[in-house]
Design a protein around this ligand. Structure first.
Ligand SMILES: NC(=O)C1=CN([C@@H]2O[C@H](COP(=O)(O)OP(=O)(O)OC[C@H]3O[C@@H](n4cnc5c(N)ncnc54)[C@H](O)[C@@H]3O)[C@@H](O)[C@H]2O)C=CC1
Length: 404
């Protein structure tokens, strides 16, 4: 496999990424009509799917000369793709369409040497993914019955699920979730509890305006229905160290923090733990009674609730949090765990760094697209630049896994 040739031809493809990805899917669905059934039906969900494919491809090409890190990534990716019902025949079809799209996009730069390099590279990718899928000991997915559905106000739902088989997860991790009401659409939700003896788990869902899965889960799903879960992942898990801890949650970002508080409460540490809970209004502090109970029973836990001042926009709570963080000392010595909306996490990380928190001790899930769409000097980003400049999205980081 000639990595130099692959990278230089991929540089051409990146500049015309949108064209390449559209051509790829048109080619794939035209030649394999059955495959369309495996992908989301709506144009909007399909758009996201296109983003994922190119992001994963970029990730792979960037690591082609580092097989040591690439192979485990591809194994995990293959194992993860079992939940999409991907079989060996699909890998062959995808390979043919990928090569056709690359050839089309590269134009005259597509020589027999380039084609040979890409065929070999794709074979390596497909072999590693199918080997990963075959070696996976976990089920391809977990069916999980809704056993309780609580709704807080119009837009928050807490769903308790009972997986049909043991579902390994660590406090703070998330799972991808799919529901028959919105076929073939998967979204990640953090798990709101530490592992329980009865194996049940809670998902905290905030309904997004126009979000079909979150609307179905909050407003329509009922006990008795079965959801589908992919393996738990993510690295927002407690580091066991002898340091003070701050936990900061906004909105349903409370879910993974709650799981970590449960873990800490099981073995209360001999160190200071401070919890900041931020919500758009007091009615959205939906777990406040439980948090107060924890604070009463777990002596080293201090809690600060933060909502916007009356009459202010919900985001004002983030400014109020910054002030409250400024009143806490010890930032250079502690571990900080953060969870909530992406702009909230970005803003709070900046404040924490200014307060002296070491970047290596601030933990949060990888953030999806920052989405400003602008480069230096306010220049709009080209499509390929935009893809490449994005932080690594967590939906194609299947390596951040639960213990197996
Ligand atoms: N592991 C993680 O990081 C998790 C992240 N989430 C994310 O958290 C969000 C929760 O949504 P909701 O409960 O509806 O929260 P929300 O929209 O009610 O926001 C809660 C608080 O976050 C802050 N905030 C929200 N948007 C902001 C902005 N643009 N700039 C500054 N501050 C902002 C405000 O202080 C607001 O009061 C979802 O986007 C979800 O994806 C949810 C669970 C886990």
């Amino acid at each position: 496999m000639d990595v130099r040739i692959l990278k230089s031809s991929f540089a051409v493809v990146e500049r015309r990424a949108e064209h390449a990805v559209k051509y790829f899917y048109s080619h794939l669905f035209w030649h394999n009509p059955g495959i369309r059934e495996l992908f989301p039906a709506s144009a909007e969900d399909m758009e996201r799917q296109r983003d994922r494919l190119f992001a994963a491809l970029t990730h792979v090409v960037a690591r082609l000369d580092d097989e040591e890190s690439l192979l485990p990534y591809l194994h995990d990716l293959g194992r993860d793709h079992r939940k999409f019902l991907a079989g060996p025949e699909h890998y062959a079809a995808l390979g043919a369409s990928l090569l056709a799209a690359l050839a089309r996009t590269c134009g005259e730069a597509w020589t027999p040497t380039v084609e040979k390099a890409w065929s070999e590279a794709y074979q390596l990718i497909a072999d590693a993914m199918t080997a990963g899928a075959a070696a996976g000991e976990d089920p391809p997915w977990w069916d999980a019955e809704i056993v309780r559905h609580l709704q807080y106000g119009e837009d928050i739902g807490v769903l308790t699920l009972r997986p049909h088989a043991p579902f390994p997860h660590l406090p703070g991790q998330y799972a991808s979730v799919s529901c028959e009401r919105v076929p073939r659409v998967w979204r990640t939700y953090s798990i709101g509890n530490a592992p329980r003896p009865d194996g049940t788990l809670d998902l905290h869902v905030s309904r997004i305006e126009g979000g079909r899965l979150s609307t179905a889960l909050v407003r329509e799903a009922r006990p008795g229905e079965v959801l589908r879960l992919g393996a738990a992942g993510g690295q927002l898990t407690l580091r066991r160290a002898d340091r003070p801890v701050s936990l900061i949650a906004a909105g349903t970002g409370w879910a993974p923090i709650r799981a970590m508080v449960e873990e800490l409460a099981g073995q209360p540490p001999d160190r200071d733990v401070r919890l900041f809970v931020v919500a758009r209004d007091p009615a959205h502090l939906y777990d406040r009674p439980l948090i107060d109970e924890y604070a009463a029973s777990f002596g080293r836990l201090g809690v600060t609730y933060i909502t916007p001042a009356p009459g202010f926009h919900r985001d004002q709570a983030t400014g109020r949090l910054a002030t409250a963080l400024g009143h806490r000392a010890m930032w250079p010595e502690q571990d900080v765990y953060l969870s909530g909306p992406t702009p909230f996490v970005e803003q709070t990380v900046r404040v924490l760094k200014e307060l002296g928190a070491p970047p290596g001790r601030i933990f949060h899930d990888s953030l999806p697209a920052a989405g400003t769409g602008h480069g230096t000097g306010g220049r709009p980003l080209g499509f390929g630049e935009w893809f490449l400049g994005r932080p690594e999205p967590h939906w194609h980081n299947p390596s951040g896994r639960a213990p197996r």
